[in-house]
Design a protein around this ligand. Structure first.
Ligand code: SF4
Length: 345
C-alpha cells in the first residue's frame, strides 16, 4: 500500500500524492550546448521520459536555461553543486525544480536559494548520496537517511517545505534500507535511484532489485535508473521495473526467447530491432518474439502481436491468429505495418 505523500509540482507534472510514479532521466550535455541537449530531451521524451535533470555547472549554463526551457518539452530539473549563486540564477532562468545537496554549499547561500525558489514557486530536491555524505558521518542507511532528514528540518526552519527527497547509495541493499527509513519518518515525495549503478547489465540488475523492492512496498514517487550507457536504455529499464512490480502498466512489454540449437533465424538482431520499434508505444501491450514453433504459438496466444521464427521466414501472429507468413528480410517492415494498422505507431 503506497503511503500518501505531499504533492509537489515540477512544471505541470504532479509528484507524490496519488499521482503515478514519474520516470526521470538526466542529459549528458549542459544547457550551454543548447541544440545537443534539446535533441537529447526530445529523444528521451519520445520513449517516455517525463522529467529531465540537467547538470548546470557554470553561471553561463544557468543563463542558457531560459533558452532551453523554450525548447524543452519536459519540465527541467537543474542540478547544481557548490555555488548558490548558480542555483539562484538557474531558478531565475526558469528551472522547474532544482536538485541540490545542501551540504555542498556555503550555508549563508541557502537563504538566497530558498528566497528565489519561493518567489518562483518551484520545489527543491534535497539530494544526498553516499559519495558526498558529511565527512564526520560513517556511511550507513541510517546516516544517509538522517542526513537527508536533518536538511529537511533545516529547510522547514527556514520556512520552506516545497521539497522532494533523495538519498542514494551505489549499494542496492543500503538504498532499500535508507528509503524505508525516509518513508517511515517523512511525508515528502521520494525520488528513488541507485547512484553510480554501473553499465547496462549491472546497473539494470541493481536498480531493479532496489527500486523493485521499494516500489512493491509502495515507496517512491519518481524514479531514475542510472546507467553508464545509452540514456534510452534507462527509460526502458524504468518502465520494465514499473510494469514488473505492477505499479504502472504502461508501454509495450517484450517477451523474447534466449535462442538455442533449434534456431534458424537471426533472432537476437530481430528482438533488438523490435525493442527499438516498440519503445515509443505507450499502450500497455505484450509483444512476443520467439525463435521457433516450440514455444512461439503458446506465447503468441497471450501476446497482442508476435513473431515466430522459422528457416529464413517468420510468422506474424495477432492475438493468437497467424496473419502473415513472410521472408526473414521482410519481417521487420511487415511487423511495423501491422503495428500501424493497430494504431500503435
Ligand atoms: S523458442 Fe525455440 S529457438 Fe527459442 S529458445 Fe525456445 S526452443 Fe529455442
Amino acid at each position: 500500500m503506497r503511503k500518501k505523500k505531499r504533492t509537489v509540482f515540477i512544471g505541470k507534472v504532479p509528484v507524490g500524492g496519488n499521482n503515478p510514479v514519474v520516470v526521470q532521466s538526466m542529459t549528458k550535455n549542459p544547457p550551454s550546448k543548447l541544440n545537443e541537449v534539446a535533441d537529447e530531451i526530445n529523444q528521451l521524451a519520445s520513449v517516455g521520459c517525463e522529467l529531465i535533470r540537467v547538470a548546470v555547472p557554470t553561471e553561463k549554463d544557468a543563463y542558457f536555461l531560459s533558452d532551453l526551457k523554450k525548447k524543452s518539452i519536459l519540465p527541467v530539473v537543474a542540478d547544481i553543486h557548490f555555488d548558490g549563486r548558480i542555483a539562484v540564477k538557474a531558478i531565475e532562468n526558469g528551472a522547474d525544480e532544482i536538485r541540490i545537496n545542501p551540504g555542498n554549499f556555503p550555508q549563508r547561500q541557502l537563504t538566497d536559494i530558498i528566497r528565489a525558489a519561493k518567489k518562483r514557486k518551484i520545489p527543491i530536491r534535497i539530494g544526498v548520496n553516499s559519495g558526498s555524505l558529511e565527512k564526520s558521518l560513517v556511511l550507513s542507511a541510517s546516516s544517509l537517511a538522517d542526513s537527508a532528514l536533518r536538511w529537511v528540518k533545516r529547510f522547514e526552519d527556514l520556512g520552506f517545505s516545497d521539497l522532494k527527497i533523495s538519498a542514494k547509495s551505489s549499494d542496492a541493499a543500503m538504498t532499500v534500507k535508507t528509503y524505508r527509513i525516509l518513508d517511515e519518518k517523512s511525508d515528502y515525495p521520494l525520488h528513488l535511484g541507485v547512484t553510480e549503478a554501473g553499465t547496462v547489465a549491472t546497473g539494470a540488475a541493481r536498480s531493479a532489485i532496489a527500486l523493485g523492492r521499494l516500489l512493491s512496498d509502495g515507496i517512491g514517487d519518481t524514479i531514475r535508473v542510472s546507467l553508464t550507457g545509452d540514456r534510452v536504455d534507462e527509460i526502458a529499464v524504468c518502465y520494465e521495473i514499473l510494469r514488473s512490480t505492477g505499479v504502472r502498466n504502461v508501454g509495450a512489454r517484450l517477451v523474447s526467447c534466449p535462442t538455442c540449437g533449434r534456431i534458424q533465424i537471426d533472432l537476437t538482431r530481430l528482438a533488438q530491432e523490435v525493442q527499438k520499434i516498440i519503445e515509443r508505444i505507450r499502450m500497455p501491450i505484450t509483444v512476443s518474439v520467439m525463435g521457433c514453433a516450440v514455444n512461439a504459438i503458446g506465447e503468441a496466444k497471450d501476446a497482442d502481436i508476435a513473431i515466430a521464427g522459422g528457416a529464413g521466414y517468420g510468422l506474424i501472429i495477432k492475438k493468437g491468429k497467424i496473419v502473415k507468413n513472410v521472408r526473414e528480410a521482410d519481417l521487420l517492415s511487415e511487423f511495423k505495418e501491422e503495428l500501424i494498422k493497430m494504431e500503435l505507431l
